[in-house]
Ligand binder design. Structure first.
Ligand SMILES: [Zn+2]
Ligand SMILES: [Zn+2]
Length: 166
């Protein structure tokens, strides 16, 4: 990374842009974590000409891991379109999600987005067994994730969900 870029990251312009972006977002765009949030550039134009749409909020863990996967060549962008890039990056992080963090433990059996994602299938999705375990109809309706996150489930439902992708 160039010194000009390092300097830019220290500049009031970037700090302002970053906090504006963070302020508009509730959490990590991949795992939903609400803490340790970073702002990632989907595209680099002129440093001082950053567009909000080129930025995505990610937690430190997903952010670091996204850069690791990129260095490893785990994904490739075929366009500069920020929606394309975001879809590609997100799919790669989700598909390798278990590698990015230790197995999450549910506190008081309260469902977290991270837990849902950690126990997803290898392509980052969920199957009918997962939904049965959570008492969600199949195919799952839109918004089922936000309907479950933050709610308690029983030990046996949690165990069935964790075993669903095996
Ligand atoms: Zn995250
Ligand atoms: Zn980044």
């Amino acid at each position: 990374m160039g010194t000009e870029y390092q300097k830019y990251l220290e500049s009031p312009h970037w700090k302002q842009t970053r906090s504006k972006k963070r302020g508009r977002t509730r959490g990590c765009g991949i795992c939903g974590a609400a803490e340790s949030l970073d702002v990632h550039h989907m595209n680099y134009r002129e440093l001082f000409d950053v567009e909000m749409s080129d930025l995505r909020v990610l937690c430190r863990t997903c952010h670091r891991f996204a850069h690791v996967l990129h260095r490893r060549g785990a994904f490739r962008f075929t366009s500069t379109d920020h929606n394309h890039r975001w879809a590609v990056l997100k799919a790669a992080v989700k598909a390798n999600f278990r590698e990015s963090r230790p197995r999450p433990v549910l506190m008081d059996c309260i469902v977290t987005r991270e837990w849902l994602m950690w126990f997803a299938t290898p392509n980052g999705g969920w199957n009918a067994q997962h939904m049965i375990a959570l008492g969600v109809t199949w195919p799952p309706p839109k918004g089922w994730i936000s309907g479950r996150v933050g709610k308690p489930i029983s030990q046996s439902m949690a165990a069935a969900f964790e075993a669903a992708a095996c």
